[in-house]
Design a protein around this ligand. Structure first.
Ligand code: GAL
Length: 355
């Protein structure tokens, strides 16, 4: 099986079980010539598995999730999901746009989180296979008024698995009325493939000198605070667990302000796991990244292969615009207008190193 010339990139499909309303989900498997495999379902556009080699060549699954679609219903942690229309929080589910107030569905205390209870993570996406590029093109049309948002928003997300072991995610959206847009993917990584039950021994680097300070309902105050030398500082590699208890709140769950943001695709973060030698590098065109250490996981969910997801079993690097941007005039604009195209690209690359 592992002969050198055998490995061509392929796309296959298999049934992934039914949702409670009786719809069949499909699991698409992208494999590249190195045997790296990414599995994606049309339900929620969820990345259900990423199989990547460790330094000894063992190919194992490095994301949290479930073996069947029903595991993802409800998907309270948003494992692997596409998030839209607006990732992260919008304060009290309200915003003003062109002089009019809009009210969104709320699902996180008083706030709107990750597009609302029926956000993009809960819908069936149309999937087109693009075998030439080893890619899947997912499309979803969100109707005017969905979750309270104005305008019909058509979103496409292209997931490409490259032969240099990168998962490239290209987002595009257009609208017929002005509307906020902030798309992301909510994969939780554990680069040890679950051998370390939590991610506290992973070593993270984030190219951000500042982060957006939040209040106790996770809404930005507007302040961009220097990471200084404290627990928030990942400008040079740091073991995630070293200072996590000194972080305000419940662990890392903060939007980092990427240095020298100019909309170009550039490296924004990397994470290394010492026992497996696996390295995740993240590139993005976006101005922020939510570094979230799975603080709300508590051992009540059992995922793929019977793995119990304890607190901090995975970490997320959700590339994004800033939380609550529709209510924060000093933050980069997140309003998409008719005739414009929202575009964002994020690349997750998988490699290994000895030390
Ligand atoms: C993160 C968010 C957390 C939590 C999590 C889902 O993106 O920052 O506060 O809501 O999603 O459990």
């Amino acid at each position: 099986m592992a002969s050198e010339e055998q490995n061509e990139s392929t796309i296959t499909q298999a049934p992934f079980g039914k949702t409670p309303d009786g719809r069949e989900a499909t699991l698409y498997t992208l494999t590249n010539k190195n045997g790296v495999t990414v599995k994606i379902t049309n339900y929620g556009g969820i990345v259900a598995s990423i199989l990547a080699p460790d330094k000894a060549g063992n190919i194992e699954d490095i994301v949290l999730g479930y073996d069947q679609v029903y595991g993802y219903i409800p998907n309270d942690p948003y494992f692997g999901a596409l998030i839209g229309r607006f990732g992260n929080r919008i304060a009290k589910g309200k915003f003003y746009l062109d002089g009019k107030e809009y009210t969104l569905a709320t699902n996180n205390g008083p706030n709107h989180l990750h597009g609302g209870p029926a956000g993009f993570h809960t819908v069936f996406w149309d999937v087109e296979e693009l075998p030439q590029q080893n890619a899947l093109k997912l499309t979803y049309t969100s109707q005017d008024g969905e979750e309270g948002y104005p305008g019909t928003l058509t979103t496409t997300v292209v997931y490409t698995l490259t032969d240099d072991n990168s998962l490239l995610i290209a987002y595009e959206a257009t609208t017929d009325k002005p509307t906020p847009v902030n798309l992301t993917n909510h994969s939780y990584f554990n680069l040890s493939a679950g051998k370390t039950q939590d991610v506290l021994s992973h070593v993270a680097t984030i190219d951000a000198d500042r982060y957006t300070v939040v209040d106790d309902s996770f809404i930005p105050t507007g302040e961009l605070r220097p990471v200084a030398d404290g627990p928030m500082d990942f400008t040079s590699p740091k073991v995630i667990g070293t200072e996590i208890e000194d972080v305000e709140g419940n662990g890392y769950d903060h939007n980092y302000v990427i240095n020298d943001y100019d909309g170009s695709l550039k490296k924004i973060a990397s994470v290394y796991e010492p026992t497996s030698g696996r390295v995740l590098e993240v590139e993005s065109t976006l101005p922020g990244v939510q570094f979230y250490t799975g603080n709300f996981l508590n051992g009540s969910l059992t995922g793929k292969g019977g793995q119990v997801y304890i607190q901090r079993a995975g970490f997320c690097l959700e590339t994004q615009d800033f939380p609550d941007a529709p209510n924060q005039p000093s933050f980069p604009n997140t309003i998409l207008r008719p005739g414009e195209i929202y575009k964002a690209t994020t690349v997750y690359s998988f490699s290994t190193r000895e030390k």
